[in-house]
Write a protein that binds this ligand. Structure first.
Ligand SMILES: Cc1ncc(COP(=O)(O)O)c(C=O)c1O
Length: 335
Protein backbone atom coordinates (compact mmCIF):
# COMPACT_ATOMS: atom_id res chain seq x y z
CA UNK A 1 0.00 0.00 0.00
CA UNK A 2 1.21 3.54 -0.73
CA UNK A 3 0.11 6.36 1.59
CA UNK A 4 1.20 9.89 0.76
CA UNK A 5 1.27 12.02 3.89
CA UNK A 6 3.60 14.72 2.55
CA UNK A 7 0.99 17.46 2.17
CA UNK A 8 -2.61 18.17 1.24
CA UNK A 9 -1.23 19.96 -1.83
CA UNK A 10 -0.85 16.50 -3.43
CA UNK A 11 -4.62 15.91 -3.58
CA UNK A 12 -5.96 14.77 -6.95
CA UNK A 13 -9.33 15.67 -8.51
CA UNK A 14 -12.01 13.03 -7.99
CA UNK A 15 -14.17 11.75 -10.86
CA UNK A 16 -17.02 14.08 -9.82
CA UNK A 17 -14.68 17.06 -9.95
CA UNK A 18 -13.30 15.96 -13.33
CA UNK A 19 -16.86 15.76 -14.67
CA UNK A 20 -17.58 19.27 -13.36
CA UNK A 21 -14.45 20.55 -15.12
CA UNK A 22 -15.39 18.80 -18.37
CA UNK A 23 -18.89 20.23 -18.54
CA UNK A 24 -18.11 23.76 -17.29
CA UNK A 25 -19.65 26.70 -19.09
CA UNK A 26 -16.82 29.15 -19.90
CA UNK A 27 -16.11 32.56 -21.42
CA UNK A 28 -13.37 35.20 -21.41
CA UNK A 29 -12.81 35.98 -17.74
CA UNK A 30 -10.54 38.96 -18.47
CA UNK A 31 -13.71 40.57 -19.87
CA UNK A 32 -15.71 39.29 -16.87
CA UNK A 33 -17.61 36.93 -19.20
CA UNK A 34 -16.88 33.56 -17.70
CA UNK A 35 -20.11 32.57 -15.96
CA UNK A 36 -18.49 29.83 -13.88
CA UNK A 37 -15.78 32.16 -12.57
CA UNK A 38 -18.44 34.76 -11.78
CA UNK A 39 -20.41 32.15 -9.87
CA UNK A 40 -17.32 31.06 -7.95
CA UNK A 41 -16.43 34.65 -7.04
CA UNK A 42 -19.99 35.35 -5.89
CA UNK A 43 -19.87 32.19 -3.78
CA UNK A 44 -16.54 33.23 -2.23
CA UNK A 45 -17.86 36.70 -1.40
CA UNK A 46 -21.02 35.26 0.18
CA UNK A 47 -19.12 32.67 2.23
CA UNK A 48 -16.58 35.19 3.51
CA UNK A 49 -19.10 37.96 4.13
CA UNK A 50 -16.96 40.33 2.06
CA UNK A 51 -18.34 42.49 -0.75
CA UNK A 52 -16.43 40.79 -3.54
CA UNK A 53 -13.98 38.01 -4.31
CA UNK A 54 -11.38 37.47 -7.01
CA UNK A 55 -10.25 34.12 -8.41
CA UNK A 56 -6.43 34.06 -8.43
CA UNK A 57 -4.16 31.33 -9.65
CA UNK A 58 -2.59 30.54 -6.28
CA UNK A 59 -2.41 31.32 -2.59
CA UNK A 60 0.91 33.08 -3.18
CA UNK A 61 -0.66 35.38 -5.75
CA UNK A 62 -3.57 36.20 -3.44
CA UNK A 63 -1.24 37.00 -0.55
CA UNK A 64 1.02 39.12 -2.72
CA UNK A 65 -1.84 41.20 -4.10
CA UNK A 66 -3.32 41.73 -0.63
CA UNK A 67 0.04 42.77 0.78
CA UNK A 68 1.17 44.94 -2.12
CA UNK A 69 -2.10 46.87 -2.17
CA UNK A 70 -2.57 47.28 1.56
CA UNK A 71 1.08 47.79 2.52
CA UNK A 72 3.47 48.40 -0.39
CA UNK A 73 6.39 50.78 -0.83
CA UNK A 74 7.86 52.27 2.34
CA UNK A 75 5.82 50.15 4.72
CA UNK A 76 6.18 47.13 6.92
CA UNK A 77 4.03 44.10 7.61
CA UNK A 78 3.80 42.62 11.10
CA UNK A 79 3.77 38.83 10.90
CA UNK A 80 4.98 35.64 12.59
CA UNK A 81 8.47 34.38 11.76
CA UNK A 82 7.19 31.05 10.52
CA UNK A 83 4.53 32.53 8.27
CA UNK A 84 4.21 31.29 4.73
CA UNK A 85 4.74 34.81 3.33
CA UNK A 86 8.14 34.95 5.05
CA UNK A 87 9.35 31.38 4.62
CA UNK A 88 7.80 30.02 1.44
CA UNK A 89 6.93 32.80 -1.01
CA UNK A 90 10.43 33.62 -2.29
CA UNK A 91 10.42 36.96 -0.52
CA UNK A 92 7.65 38.22 -2.83
CA UNK A 93 6.37 40.61 -0.20
CA UNK A 94 9.67 42.52 -0.47
CA UNK A 95 10.78 41.85 -4.03
CA UNK A 96 7.40 42.51 -5.65
CA UNK A 97 5.24 43.94 -2.83
CA UNK A 98 7.94 46.50 -1.93
CA UNK A 99 7.33 46.12 1.78
CA UNK A 100 9.30 44.50 4.58
CA UNK A 101 8.28 41.96 7.19
CA UNK A 102 8.66 42.74 10.88
CA UNK A 103 8.63 39.53 12.84
CA UNK A 104 6.51 39.68 15.99
CA UNK A 105 6.39 37.30 18.94
CA UNK A 106 4.45 34.15 18.33
CA UNK A 107 3.57 30.96 20.20
CA UNK A 108 5.55 27.77 19.66
CA UNK A 109 2.90 26.90 17.07
CA UNK A 110 3.58 30.09 15.14
CA UNK A 111 0.47 32.08 16.13
CA UNK A 112 0.92 35.80 16.80
CA UNK A 113 0.48 36.65 20.51
CA UNK A 114 -1.97 39.59 20.54
CA UNK A 115 -0.54 41.18 23.73
CA UNK A 116 2.91 41.18 22.14
CA UNK A 117 1.66 43.57 19.47
CA UNK A 118 1.41 46.37 22.06
CA UNK A 119 5.06 47.18 21.75
CA UNK A 120 4.60 47.73 18.01
CA UNK A 121 2.35 50.70 18.63
CA UNK A 122 4.15 53.82 17.50
CA UNK A 123 3.57 57.19 15.90
CA UNK A 124 4.77 57.97 12.43
CA UNK A 125 8.35 59.02 11.99
CA UNK A 126 10.03 60.57 8.98
CA UNK A 127 12.71 57.87 8.93
CA UNK A 128 10.69 54.75 9.64
CA UNK A 129 8.59 52.49 7.47
CA UNK A 130 4.87 52.94 8.05
CA UNK A 131 3.31 49.97 9.81
CA UNK A 132 0.56 49.18 7.38
CA UNK A 133 -0.58 45.61 7.81
CA UNK A 134 -0.75 42.66 10.19
CA UNK A 135 -0.68 39.30 8.45
CA UNK A 136 -2.11 36.21 10.16
CA UNK A 137 -2.16 32.66 8.88
CA UNK A 138 -5.13 30.51 9.86
CA UNK A 139 -4.52 27.64 10.17
CA UNK A 140 -0.75 27.79 10.78
CA UNK A 141 0.73 24.32 10.28
CA UNK A 142 -2.73 22.95 10.99
CA UNK A 143 -3.15 24.92 14.24
CA UNK A 144 -6.22 27.15 14.57
CA UNK A 145 -6.10 30.67 16.00
CA UNK A 146 -8.43 31.33 18.94
CA UNK A 147 -11.11 33.61 17.46
CA UNK A 148 -10.68 35.98 20.42
CA UNK A 149 -7.00 36.44 19.55
CA UNK A 150 -7.89 37.38 16.00
CA UNK A 151 -10.41 39.90 17.28
CA UNK A 152 -7.75 41.47 19.49
CA UNK A 153 -5.27 41.57 16.63
CA UNK A 154 -7.86 43.24 14.42
CA UNK A 155 -8.76 45.82 17.01
CA UNK A 156 -5.05 46.58 17.59
CA UNK A 157 -4.67 47.09 13.84
CA UNK A 158 -7.71 49.35 13.59
CA UNK A 159 -6.52 51.47 16.55
CA UNK A 160 -3.24 51.96 14.76
CA UNK A 161 -4.47 52.67 11.26
CA UNK A 162 -3.41 49.26 9.98
CA UNK A 163 -5.20 46.56 8.00
CA UNK A 164 -5.25 42.82 8.63
CA UNK A 165 -4.77 40.23 5.92
CA UNK A 166 -5.59 36.60 6.69
CA UNK A 167 -3.80 33.90 4.75
CA UNK A 168 -6.60 31.39 5.10
CA UNK A 169 -5.07 28.80 2.78
CA UNK A 170 -6.62 26.14 5.06
CA UNK A 171 -9.37 28.19 6.69
CA UNK A 172 -11.98 25.55 5.89
CA UNK A 173 -10.13 23.13 8.14
CA UNK A 174 -10.70 25.68 10.92
CA UNK A 175 -14.35 26.11 9.87
CA UNK A 176 -15.04 22.38 10.02
CA UNK A 177 -13.11 21.76 13.23
CA UNK A 178 -14.68 24.63 15.20
CA UNK A 179 -18.07 25.05 13.54
CA UNK A 180 -17.27 28.77 13.25
CA UNK A 181 -18.28 29.81 9.74
CA UNK A 182 -15.94 31.55 7.34
CA UNK A 183 -17.65 34.93 7.59
CA UNK A 184 -16.98 35.06 11.34
CA UNK A 185 -13.31 34.33 10.86
CA UNK A 186 -13.23 36.84 8.01
CA UNK A 187 -14.85 39.53 10.16
CA UNK A 188 -11.51 39.67 11.99
CA UNK A 189 -9.64 40.83 8.91
CA UNK A 190 -9.92 43.27 6.03
CA UNK A 191 -8.93 40.76 3.38
CA UNK A 192 -8.76 36.98 3.34
CA UNK A 193 -7.45 34.41 0.88
CA UNK A 194 -8.42 30.77 0.89
CA UNK A 195 -7.16 27.92 -1.27
CA UNK A 196 -9.36 25.67 -3.36
CA UNK A 197 -6.40 23.39 -3.88
CA UNK A 198 -4.92 21.85 -0.68
CA UNK A 199 -7.51 19.94 1.37
CA UNK A 200 -10.42 20.93 -0.84
CA UNK A 201 -8.87 18.95 -3.65
CA UNK A 202 -9.10 21.32 -6.66
CA UNK A 203 -6.11 21.40 -9.02
CA UNK A 204 -5.45 25.12 -8.56
CA UNK A 205 -6.73 28.46 -7.43
CA UNK A 206 -7.54 30.65 -4.47
CA UNK A 207 -10.11 33.29 -3.73
CA UNK A 208 -9.07 36.72 -2.47
CA UNK A 209 -11.95 38.47 -0.70
CA UNK A 210 -12.39 42.08 0.39
CA UNK A 211 -14.31 45.27 -0.30
CA UNK A 212 -15.58 46.08 -3.79
CA UNK A 213 -13.08 48.92 -4.02
CA UNK A 214 -10.20 46.65 -2.97
CA UNK A 215 -11.14 43.84 -5.35
CA UNK A 216 -11.34 46.38 -8.21
CA UNK A 217 -7.71 47.27 -7.58
CA UNK A 218 -6.80 43.62 -6.99
CA UNK A 219 -8.22 42.73 -10.41
CA UNK A 220 -5.89 45.23 -12.05
CA UNK A 221 -2.92 43.96 -10.08
CA UNK A 222 -3.74 40.37 -11.00
CA UNK A 223 -3.51 41.45 -14.64
CA UNK A 224 -0.25 43.26 -13.96
CA UNK A 225 1.20 40.02 -12.58
CA UNK A 226 0.14 38.07 -15.65
CA UNK A 227 -2.69 36.44 -13.76
CA UNK A 228 -5.57 37.46 -16.02
CA UNK A 229 -6.84 34.15 -17.40
CA UNK A 230 -9.29 33.57 -20.20
CA UNK A 231 -11.54 30.44 -20.22
CA UNK A 232 -10.54 29.66 -16.67
CA UNK A 233 -14.06 28.60 -15.77
CA UNK A 234 -12.80 25.04 -16.18
CA UNK A 235 -10.76 25.54 -13.02
CA UNK A 236 -13.45 27.62 -11.34
CA UNK A 237 -15.79 24.65 -11.86
CA UNK A 238 -13.36 22.50 -9.89
CA UNK A 239 -13.33 25.15 -7.16
CA UNK A 240 -17.12 25.32 -7.00
CA UNK A 241 -17.30 21.55 -6.87
CA UNK A 242 -14.77 21.60 -4.01
CA UNK A 243 -16.78 24.14 -2.02
CA UNK A 244 -19.99 22.20 -2.55
CA UNK A 245 -18.65 18.69 -1.93
CA UNK A 246 -15.31 18.69 -0.15
CA UNK A 247 -15.67 21.00 2.83
CA UNK A 248 -17.56 18.82 5.31
CA UNK A 249 -15.42 15.81 4.52
CA UNK A 250 -12.36 17.61 5.94
CA UNK A 251 -13.63 16.25 9.29
CA UNK A 252 -12.52 12.81 8.07
CA UNK A 253 -8.99 14.13 7.52
CA UNK A 254 -8.98 15.52 11.06
CA UNK A 255 -10.18 12.20 12.49
CA UNK A 256 -7.43 10.38 10.59
CA UNK A 257 -4.79 12.83 11.84
CA UNK A 258 -6.00 12.33 15.41
CA UNK A 259 -5.70 8.55 15.10
CA UNK A 260 -2.15 8.94 13.80
CA UNK A 261 -1.34 11.33 16.64
CA UNK A 262 -2.63 8.86 19.23
CA UNK A 263 -0.65 5.98 17.72
CA UNK A 264 2.52 8.08 17.78
CA UNK A 265 1.91 9.07 21.40
CA UNK A 266 1.81 5.42 22.42
CA UNK A 267 5.30 4.77 21.06
CA UNK A 268 8.41 5.42 23.09
CA UNK A 269 10.25 6.97 20.18
CA UNK A 270 7.96 9.74 18.92
CA UNK A 271 7.02 12.99 20.65
CA UNK A 272 4.19 15.18 19.36
CA UNK A 273 5.53 18.69 18.84
CA UNK A 274 2.58 20.31 17.11
CA UNK A 275 -0.86 19.11 16.18
CA UNK A 276 -4.01 20.59 14.72
CA UNK A 277 -6.71 19.75 12.17
CA UNK A 278 -5.00 17.63 9.49
CA UNK A 279 -1.34 17.96 10.50
CA UNK A 280 0.83 16.04 12.95
CA UNK A 281 4.39 17.18 13.69
CA UNK A 282 6.65 15.00 15.81
CA UNK A 283 10.26 14.61 16.85
CA UNK A 284 11.97 11.31 17.46
CA UNK A 285 14.33 9.89 20.06
CA UNK A 286 16.82 7.08 19.66
CA UNK A 287 16.61 7.45 15.89
CA UNK A 288 16.95 10.46 13.57
CA UNK A 289 13.95 12.04 11.83
CA UNK A 290 15.44 11.42 8.36
CA UNK A 291 15.98 7.76 9.19
CA UNK A 292 12.35 7.41 10.33
CA UNK A 293 11.21 8.94 7.04
CA UNK A 294 13.45 6.55 5.10
CA UNK A 295 12.26 3.46 7.00
CA UNK A 296 8.56 4.31 6.64
CA UNK A 297 9.07 5.03 2.93
CA UNK A 298 10.21 1.40 2.57
CA UNK A 299 6.71 0.46 3.75
CA UNK A 300 5.11 2.85 1.27
CA UNK A 301 4.32 5.54 3.86
CA UNK A 302 5.66 8.81 2.53
CA UNK A 303 6.10 11.94 4.63
CA UNK A 304 8.57 14.75 5.12
CA UNK A 305 10.83 16.46 7.62
CA UNK A 306 9.83 20.10 8.08
CA UNK A 307 11.65 22.51 10.40
CA UNK A 308 13.47 19.56 11.98
CA UNK A 309 10.25 17.66 12.74
CA UNK A 310 8.57 14.76 10.96
CA UNK A 311 5.31 16.00 9.44
CA UNK A 312 2.31 13.86 8.49
CA UNK A 313 -0.59 15.51 6.69
CA UNK A 314 -3.91 13.81 6.04
CA UNK A 315 -6.13 14.64 3.08
CA UNK A 316 -8.69 13.25 0.67
CA UNK A 317 -5.84 11.03 -0.58
CA UNK A 318 -5.87 9.09 2.71
CA UNK A 319 -8.85 6.88 3.49
CA UNK A 320 -9.77 4.73 6.52
CA UNK A 321 -7.89 1.65 5.31
CA UNK A 322 -4.75 3.70 4.68
CA UNK A 323 -5.02 5.23 8.15
CA UNK A 324 -5.33 1.70 9.64
CA UNK A 325 -2.19 0.74 7.77
CA UNK A 326 -0.25 3.80 8.99
CA UNK A 327 -1.39 3.27 12.60
CA UNK A 328 -0.35 -0.41 12.49
CA UNK A 329 3.04 0.43 11.01
CA UNK A 330 3.61 3.08 13.69
CA UNK A 331 2.73 0.56 16.40
CA UNK A 332 5.04 -2.12 15.06
CA UNK A 333 7.94 0.22 14.23
CA UNK A 334 11.19 -0.69 16.02
CA UNK A 335 13.70 2.20 16.06
C1 LIG B 1 -0.35 28.69 4.61
C2 LIG B 1 -0.14 28.77 3.13
N1 LIG B 1 -0.34 29.93 2.51
C3 LIG B 1 -0.18 30.06 1.19
C4 LIG B 1 0.20 29.00 0.41
C5 LIG B 1 0.42 29.20 -1.06
O1 LIG B 1 -0.48 28.55 -1.84
P1 LIG B 1 -0.12 28.20 -3.38
O2 LIG B 1 0.74 26.99 -3.33
O3 LIG B 1 -1.44 27.98 -4.01
O4 LIG B 1 0.59 29.40 -3.93
C6 LIG B 1 0.42 27.76 1.02
C7 LIG B 1 0.84 26.58 0.20
O5 LIG B 1 1.10 25.52 0.67
C8 LIG B 1 0.25 27.63 2.41
O6 LIG B 1 0.47 26.48 3.04
Amino acid sequence: MRVDLRSDTFTLPTQGMRDAIYTAEVGDDVYGEDPTVNRLEETGAALSGKEEALFVSSGCMGNLIAIALQAGRGTEVLCAGESHIVCHEIGALSSLGQTQPTIVESTKDGLIIPQALEKYRRSRSYDMADRALVEVENTTSGVIYPLEDLKRIHSFAKDNGMKVHMDGARIFNAVVETGIPLDRWASCCDTVTFCLSKGLGAPMGSLLCGTKEFIGRARRMRKLLGGGMRQIGFMAAAGLYALENNVDRLAEDHAHALRIRRALEETGWARIERFGTNMVFFSTSGIGEDEVVRRFAQKGIIFAVDAGMCRMVTSINVDDAMTDYVVNEIRSFQP
